[in-house]
Design a protein around this ligand. Sequence first.
Ligand SMILES: NS(=O)(=O)c1ccc(NCc2ccco2)c([N+](=O)[O-])c1
Ligand SMILES: [Zn+2]
Length: 232
Amino acid sequence: PINIQWRDSVYDPHLKPLKIHYDPTTCLYIWNNGYSFQVEFDDSADKSVIMGGPLENHYRLKQFHFHWGAINEWGSEHMVDSKVYPAELHLVHWNPVTSTSFEEAIMENNGLVVIGVFLKLGAHHAGLQKLVDALPAVKHKDTIVEFDVFDPSCLMPSCPDYWTYDGSLTTPPLTESVTWIIKKTPIEVDQNQLEEFRMLLFTSAGEEEKRMVDNFRPLQPLMNRTVRSSFR
Ligand SMILES: NS(=O)(=O)c1ccc(NCc2ccco2)c([N+](=O)[O-])c1
Ligand SMILES: [Zn+2]
């Protein structure tokens, strides 16, 4: 993740609006993978896809997960002008045109697109609450619960503005296969909802409990990369 310096980002008039078409019935289940909680989708067809923006073709939604802090003062992976948010949502998509599977796309250039959405402390988020209500069922690592109908579009801010840059996965295998699309406007969630995230555990049942918090990667140098913005 990088610190997006608004003044260093370059407005690109050729960037199109991002088009998102998620089919809520492609939602499969939620599980605790020992790093975050993840909602997995049926990616066997072009049912939940994104296109437009900086993308050459469409990409299929595979999963979404979050990163958050132990307290509200930190938690997001990206920052904007050194401002950090208490949490960040990642919606992970893969390129079915150049790869035959998600696992293959992870290793490909432009194999993945991850949409990042900042979460800020504020009003209760009714759409997120459906997710939060399922968290006690995946408290421990490697636990899973069915989650049959959910439309992740409800977690998207209405403002179309985003930054985009080429980067990598923020956890191993850290492959440089990701086109990052970071939404400018955060969504609001309330304190209780953030605290439910913090009640998850990194550890399996029976092990000494370790709270799942601070599951974000530290900032990395931008090097010679350019961050483009879709807005002036
Ligand atoms: N925070 S992130 O969106 O960049 C991220 C990090 C890791 C992985 N995956 C780790 C992995 C999968 C197979 C082997 O290893 C993914 N992902 O899978 O989309 C996304
Ligand atoms: Zn992530």
